[in-house]
Design a protein around this ligand. Structure first.
Ligand SMILES: [Zn+2]
Length: 208
């Protein structure tokens, strides 16, 4: 059972992995914990935002929409490669997904098709929203992809997970297409290489 790391630890591991991090407002206490549980944690979920423009993308993910209150994730990865922390705790990003997928993520084995929406994903996944229109044409800059890799690897390293604990929203919830523009298999390979090739940053004890 993996308890969620503290907000301070989350910030520390992201920075230790080499990510450029921006703290937005009262992100450490901005969450949806009043409507449901958060944890135990089982993985990391990657999304695209279907938006353009860093500022409005970050604000949307922090505040949410009339039909879906924020935070809509924990970190927003904008095109310039910055990870903007907008919330910490339960967040509206994963929605209902497939319990068979969750079991596979926990066991870190190959994912089955996501054909059911019966399980609360907001409870169990860290979420990163990535600025992209999701039309298959909007480019993914290298520095943005590198930031996604670092952010996901940081969480995996902290929890002792492999790259198999990182999934795309499209692998979780039927009908979702995000992220679009790269494959999760390709991203997982990058994360695997990062986890294997670097011993991991030394973190000060007591950083959360
Ligand atoms: Zn999504």
């Amino acid at each position: 059972m993996a308890s969620p790391m503290s907000a301070g630890r989350f910030l520390a591991v992201l920075r230790a992995e080499g990510a450029t991090v921006a703290e937005v407002g009262d992100w450490e206490h901005h969450n949806r914990n009043h409507v449901g549980p958060w944890g135990p944690m089982h993985g990391v979920m990657i999304h695209h935002t279907v938006t353009q423009g860093a500022e409005r993308t970050v604000e949307l993910c922090r505040v949410g929409r009339p039909d879906l209150p924020g935070p809509l994730c924990h970190g927003v990865v904008t095109k310039n490669g910055t990870v903007h922390l907008v919330g910490y705790g339960r967040a509206n990003h994963a929605g209902l997904g497939d319990d068979d997928v969750l079991r596979a993520v926990i066991a870190e084995r190959a994912l089955p098709p996501d054909n059911e929406a019966n399980t609360d994903g907001n409870r169990h996944f860290y979420g990163f929203e990535c600025e992209n229109l999701g039309d298959g044409e909007d480019p993914w800059p290298q520095r943005q992809l590198a930031a996604i890799e670092r952010a996901a690897a940081a969480v995996c390293r902290q929890h002792g997970w492999t790259e198999r604990s990182v999934i795309g929203h499209l692998e979780w919830q039927p009908g979702k297409i995000d992220p679009r523009g790269f494959t999760m298999a390709w991203l997982r390979e990058r994360i695997r290489d990062r986890l294997q090739q670097t011993a991991g940053p030394a973190l000060p004890l007591g950083s959360g």
